[in-house]
Design a protein around this ligand. Structure first.
Ligand code: BTN
Length: 276
């Protein structure tokens, strides 16, 4: 059996320091590791044995980071990788995609207000700078009957890395905060801002629902109102991305009629002047 990872000593850790200054309304406990296979996997393992809502697990690097649609998430040192555990008792099981959308709002708002960057969202979960991916969100949930047992919100940010730190296959698709800003970002400070915004937007969704989130998502999401092609795994559809269903699914007007897309990969998107 592999030796278990040991978290950093809280007193000497700038991330714990930044976390201590947050309100702790939802997120109450931080475990910070120098390296983990995947922070999502770590949190899921604790969630299944009864860990309460509010745990955050952060790693300086991941050796087996997981992305959406069974992809891997390249996670070298210099990025920000963390996962948060929530137990949103009041949500219906089919509403978990709303957690992904809400998390995107929080991350994009921090990039805008704390770093002055024009961040945008690609439905459902990509955070973009000039159309290149700078952050990704992976929400994984477990259910008991029709209720949510837990959701793990995983966030990966390409922060203090150069293009050369990415495999050839990702070049031309990704960017980093450092590349955009021409300086390194204080990761602990950024983490503190993110926790504050994540808490705010999560509580807004929990207490006020989709209607309180949708206008903010709509303003940030460049997919909405665009002509899109979406890979659905076994097929592809094209049409106008008209809006969102109350469970976060994308409404696409195709030549064959309206289609509701619950999960898929938007492979191309161009602005449309078409009326809604
Ligand atoms: C995506 O495909 O866009 C989602 C990427 C999510 C990556 C983050 S990094 C922290 C957390 N741990 C993981 O293994 N994945 C998520």
């Amino acid at each position: 059996m592999a030796e278990p990872p040991i978290p950093f000593e809280p007193r000497h850790d700038p991330f714990q320091h930044a976390f201590n200054n947050t309100s702790k309304l939802v997120f109450k406990r931080l475990l910070h590791f120098s390296s983990l296979p995947s922070t999502n996997e770590y949190v899921k393992a604790l969630a299944t044995v009864g860990e309460p809502e509010g745990l955050i697990v952060l790693a300086d690097e991941q050796t087996a980071g997981i992305g959406r649609l069974d992809r891997s998430w390249h996670s070298p040192p210099g990025g920000l990788y963390f996962s948060l555990l929530v137990r949103p008792m009041t949500f219906a099981a089919n509403e978990t995609p709303l957690i992904t959308l809400t998390t995107g709002i929080a991350v994009a708002k921090v990039f805008q207000s704390a770093l002055g960057l024009e961040a945008a969202l690609k439905w459902p979960n990509d955070v973009l700078l000039n159309n290149l991916k700078v952050a990704g969100i992976l929400v994984e949930s477990a259910f008991i009957g029709n209720d949510i047992d837990y959701s793990v919100i995983g966030i990966g940010i390409n922060a203090n890395m150069a293009l050369a730190d990415f495999p050839q296959t990702l070049q031309g698709k990704v960017t980093t905060l450092q590349m955009k800003l021409h300086r390194r970002v204080d990761l602990a400070r950024l983490f503190g801002y993110l926790i504050g915004q994540l808490e705010f937007w999560y509580l807004r969704l929990r207490d006020k629902g989709f209607k309180a989130i949708e206008p903010h998502y709509r303003r940030l999401c460049t997919t909405l109102g665009s002509q899109v092609s979406i890979n659905l795994g076994d097929s592809q559809i094209s049409g106008l991305a008209k809006g969102l269903e109350p469970d976060g699914s994308l409404i696409v007007q195709t030549p064959k009629g309206r289609q509701i897309v619950r999960s898929g990969d938007v492979v191309s998107s161009k602005p449309s002047n078409a009326e809604e």
